[in-house]
Design a protein around this ligand. Structure first.
Ligand code: HEC
Ligand code: HEC
Length: 490
């Protein structure tokens, strides 16, 4: 469906509630009340114009949709939706066990690191404030990692890694066959107005990690647990030995049977299963209680700046962020996740503060390696990384797959100036701007130069003004979980 730049529409609009007529009231009084309401609302909006605080709703849109525009101008949502949320039940016994494991530092080699050390619930399951681009693990917590930890929230709808659109045929096709199929496909430009079209692109989507190399949370948890630069838990024998002596060992026996400690591999498998259940069952991992969620449901207003940011986020001629970071509820009323779960090469600048990058021959190429190896010869995917959710993004200490940026301002500058003023983004060596300096030259062609705002040319006008960027950042702050709607004064 098409979504106008200045009137973002929700994917499916419920029919407006039929309001019962009040029989007793004479019609002229209703008219008068309506006129008064419009007058008051109008003067409010007019005041806002005067203060240069008005959301950027184009005059033509005002003419075409005056009521909608009024609602936007006042920070409201003309098309509130009711969310279909994941079921909320008390945590199962397995999930409760998983929670203990998630926070248990004893499992790590240093005895000082749990899952929560890098995925902190107090910050949207992001690394805690002040973290650098990579975390340090291992026995002394001195071994640097290679990428920043992504948030663990909002992964509950993540599909398995695949290439191309979902269809029944694909189920029996291997990844390599999909790669072959997708080679001749023409890629459609993604815009905030036509996100459905992008779904047809034969590009990689789904999966976990920045490169999609695993599919399930359970499969996933084994990675950090045993990764020598993360928890470095050693062998399954060591982990099982520790678990056996923790207070929650009795829960293991109860849940998985009296023989669970006989086979250490089995013990670890059950532990990973429990951690995965915890992430799936605990509503804190998918709280959907941000200010923007409240707004989508008609329970909160946005400030004029947040509203301008929302419109610019959706405006194809400004941020166009919603083309990839989807911000509308689905047709089935599932709340938006702020990612289309597709992979893109954005060509972010190299981060000299990642120790691995001290080697000039080391490149993190995402889908085609070095951490995943099944697609390493499919060079058309080199440089592609998963589009992350933007929920709780203001709580992240670093941004992008190499953590090169520390502030949302830097991120917005990247989107705005990458092509039009690349000298602002990349280092200059011998008078030459080193564009896409974190990718070997043979892969520069993989970088996305078609989806706005990344479709501009050297010297052209940037897509966003400084004000647009500040507004979008204000909007991004409405995506932090834990918003409590102000109660109307009684
Ligand atoms: C030392 C820091 C560290 C610790 C400890 C850690 N992780 Fe991670 N986690 C990471 C990094 C880094 C990534 C991304 C790696 C990549 O993309 O290659 C990640 C990715 C993930 C992902 C994928 C998220 C996504 O959006 O795709 C999940 C799920 C996850 N970790 C769960 C866990 C669990 C469960 C534990 C505890 C058993 C844990 N992590 C412990 C650093 C850590
Ligand atoms: C063409 C698709 C696309 C568009 C358009 C787009 N993004 Fe992204 N975004 C991505 C991808 C892919 C990444 C991860 C890239 C990487 O790390 O190399 C990303 C990463 C980010 C991150 C870092 C998140 C994190 O967890 O580190 C932020 C913040 C962000 N985008 C905000 C925006 C904003 C704001 C806009 C609009 C101005 C925008 N994006 C437009 C695809 C897109």
């Amino acid at each position: 469906m098409s979504t106008g730049p200045s009137t973002p529409a929700v994917a499916s609009r419920p029919a407006p509630q039929a309001r019962p007529r009040t029989p007793g009231r004479p019609r002229w009084r209703r008219r008068l009340v309506t006129a008064l309401v419009i007058l008051i609302a109008g003067s409010g909006a007019a005041l806002a114009w005067g203060m240069h605080e008005q959301p950027s709703i184009a005059p033509i849109v005002w003419l075409l949709h005056p009521v909608q525009s009024f609602t936007y101008a006042l920070g409201g949502n003309p098309h509130p939706v009711q969310f279909v949320l994941p079921p909320q039940q008390p945590l199962s016994a397995v999930a409760l066990l998983g929670r203990q494991l998630f926070f248990d530092k004893a499992l790590s080699a240093s005895g000082k690191m749990s899952c929560a050390s890098c995925h902190d619930p107090a910050y949207g399951y992001n690394p805690p404030p002040g973290s650098g681009p990579v975390m340090h693990g291992g026995p002394e917590r001195l071994s640097p990692g290679f990428r920043p930890p992504p948030s663990l929230a909002y992964l509950y709808r993540q599909q398995a890694f695949s290439i191309g659109p979902d269809n029944d045929e694909n189920e029996t096709i291997t990844l390599q066959q999909l790669v072959t199929l997708s080679k001749n496909a023409k890629r459609a430009t993604k815009t905030a107005q036509s996100t459905a079209q992008a779904g047809q692109n034969l590009v990689p989507a789904g999966g976990l990690f920045w490169d999609g190399r695993v599919d399930t949370l359970q499969q996933q948890a084994g990675g950090p647990l045993f990764n020598p630069v993360e928890m470095d838990a050693g062998t399954p024998q060591r982990v099982a030995g520790i678990i056996e002596h923790q207070p929650y060992a009795k829960d293991f026996l109860q849940l998985f049977g009296p023989n669970v400690f006989e086979d250490p591999k089995q013990t670890v498998a059950e532990a990973l299963f429990a951690i995965a259940r915890y992430q799936i069952e605990d509503p804190k991992f998918h709280a959907f209680n941000s200010q923007f969620d409240a707004w989508l449901q008609g329970k909160a207003r946005l400030t004029p700046q947040q509203m301008r940011g929302y419109l610019a986020f959706n405006d194809v001629h400004k941020g166009d962020c919603a083309a990839c970071h989807l911000d509308q509820p689905t047709q089935d009323h599932l709340p938006p996740l702020f990612t289309d779960t597709q992979y893109e090469a954005l060509g972010v600048p190299r981060n000299p503060h990642i120790p691995a990058n001290h080697n000039p021959h080391y490149f993190d190429l995402g889908i085609c390696g070095p951490f995943r190896t099944d697609l390493k010869n499919q060079t058309q995917y080199c440089g592609m990384f998963l589009t992350p959710t933007l929920r709780n993004v203001a709580q992240r200490p670093v941004y992008f797959h190499n953590g090169v940026y520390h502030s949302l301002k830097q991120v917005l500058d990247f989107y705005n100036f990458r092509d039009v003023q690349p000298g602002k983004i990349y280092p200059t060596v011998d008078g030459k701007v080193q564009k896409y300096d974190d990718l070997p030259p043979q892969y520069h062609a993989n970088v996305d130069v078609t989806d706005p705002p990344l479709n501009r040319h050297l010297g052209e006008k940037p897509a966003m003004s400084a004000q647009d960027m500040r507004d979008i950042i204000a909007f991004l702050h409405t995506l932090n979980d834990g918003y409590t709607p102000l109660k109307p004064a009684s």
